[in-house]
Design a protein around this ligand. Structure first.
Ligand code: 5AD
Ligand code: SF4
Length: 439
């Protein structure tokens, strides 16, 4: 029975998207139905990101806006979760008197209890990290409504401590979920009609490395792919240093494994990679890419790059552009370096001017636009297997995802939703493809 409304705004990565789905299903048990209207909600929750300064500032601006709703005389609960909550903790309650709840990244299981407290007017912050044994039993599964493609968390946290990154501090130590629990969840999702699972974690390819009882990530993929009803398996995100030959082999002999991989390089310069503490060189990264391409020539790559890392010279930056030329990413997420408090890189001399950083970002994005355009144009005339997921943007169209992750729109009936169909690509846009049903 729903008698209250919950409004959630999610910032940042897919971990947060996944956590927000969990929050919706947990609070449904307390009578909260999701709404898209903050003003109408009985509870507003911001699920926050602190990975870059800009992301964090956005959260503070949004929090300042929320004050208006509270002043409307409503008994609204205002809550902050995610990485800013973890980072700031109690301090947020002190700074923002209209805030009711602060919930850290390890504390989601406490949320129902905290919401009940807030309903009685109690303000509370819970941000302590809990130990790994206890966490294993607290990996919540997602109830929610059945869709065709769902995330399944396989690990959380990160032990890599790349010098620029705040994630290990706000998400805590790395822990792999039990494979038996993961498989049980995948089977349940398949029974509910899910056809594609996306195995999710900060560093999925280090799955199981620290536990003698669990399979490697490659082993896990093979087991997940065997679950009847699951037709496609994706994963995100992976670390190049843990891209084992065993995992690369899966791209050759696990047909259900998607034809797209997210493999963040961060930089193409050895000097910068060393300062970043990434644990691989330009050559070893490119070696992984070449092996993957040899084993599956149609595989598409996406990645992340940071420009303007402290000390990055023009020559270092040219190395990044040349790495992009070698890899030819289909999509690239590029960021200007943002110093994060408490990280090692924050102590380095951030000596580049903003103008230099922005000029580098512009050049990089221009190159990426060209690569995206050129790669997508090669698809015109080809036939792609598409999982139809919903209505398209235009009337009479349906939309789905190709094996390589591209969105494909084509004229077709809604009865196709939930099925795999062959589509001939007729036109390529930067973010999607247009096609015709070709069965
Ligand atoms: N500054 C800029 N970009 C960052 N990222 C992580 N930390 C920072 C930072 N301090 C980027 C990395 C990572 C992506 C999720 O965000 O490229 O892969
Ligand atoms: Fe951050 Fe590096 Fe861990 Fe990725 S691998 S979450 S960039 S510390």
């Amino acid at each position: 029975m729903f008698d209250k409304l919950l409004y959630i705004e999610t910032f940042g990565c897919q971990m947060n998207v996944n956590d927000s789905e969990r929050i919706v299903s947990m609070l449904a048990d307390l009578g909260y139905a999701p709404t898209n209207e903050a003003a109408a909600a009985d509870m507003i929750l911001l699920n926050t990101c602190s990975v870059r300064g800009g992301a964090e500032e956005k959260v503070y601006r949004r929090l300042a806006n929320l004050r208006i709703y509270k002043r409307d005389g409503k008994q609204q609960i205002i809550a902050v979760g995610g990485c800013v909550a973890q980072q700031e903790g109690e301090e947020l309650l002190r700074k923002l008197p209209y805030l009711d709840l602060v919930i850290g990244t390890h504390n989601l299981h406490l949320l129902p209890d905290m919401v009940r407290c807030a309903e009685r007017g109690e303000r509370r912050s819970e941000t302590s990290f809990i130990d790994n044994e206890q966490r294993l039993d607290l990996f919540p599964s997602i109830k929610g409504e059945s869709r065709l493609s769902r995330f399944v968390t396989v690990m959380q946290g990160c032990d890599n401590f790349c010098s620029y990154c705040i994630v290990p501090y706000v998400r805590g130590r790395e822990i792999s979920r039990r494979s038996a629990d993961i498989l049980a969840e995948v089977r349940q999702l398949a029974d509910e009609g899910v056809r594609e699972v996306i195995l999710l974690g900060q560093n999925v390819n280090s799955y199981g490395l620290k536990s003698a009882d669990e399979p490697s990530f490659a082993g896990l993929i093979r087991q997940v792919a065997e679950v009847a009803g699951i037709e496609r398996v994706r994963f995100t995100t992976s670390h190049p240093k843990d891209m084992s030959d065993e995992l690369i082999a899966c791209f050759a002999d696990v047909p259900k494994l998607s034809g797209q991989i997210h493999l963040p390089a961060q930089s193409g310069s050895d000097a910068v990679l060393k300062l970043m503490g990434r644990g691989y060189t330009r050559d070893s990264y490119l070696d992984r890419v070449r092996k993957l391409k040899a084993i599956r020539p149609d595989l598409v790559f996406t990645g992340d790059i940071i420009v303007g890392f402290p000390g990055e010279t023009d020559a270092d930056f040219e190395q990044t552009l040349s790495l992009m030329e070698e890899v030819r990413y289909i999509d690239l997420f590029s960021f200007v370096y943002s110093p994060r408090p408490g990280t090692k890189a924050a102590e380095l001399n951030d000596d580049l001017t903003k103008a230099v950083k922005m000029a580098r970002l512009d050049r990089l994005m221009e190159l990426q636009r060209r690569h995206t355009r050129e790669i997508c144009h090669t698809y015109v005339g080809s036939v792609m297997s598409v999982l139809v997921e919903g209505e398209g943007r235009l009337v009479g169209q349906v939309s789905g995802k190709a094996d390589n992750g591209r969105i494909v729109n084509f004229t077709g009936d809604c009865s196709l939703i939930g099925t795999f169909v062959n589509v001939t690509i007729t036109k390529a846009y930067p973010n999607s493809l247009l096609g015709e049903l070709s069965n």
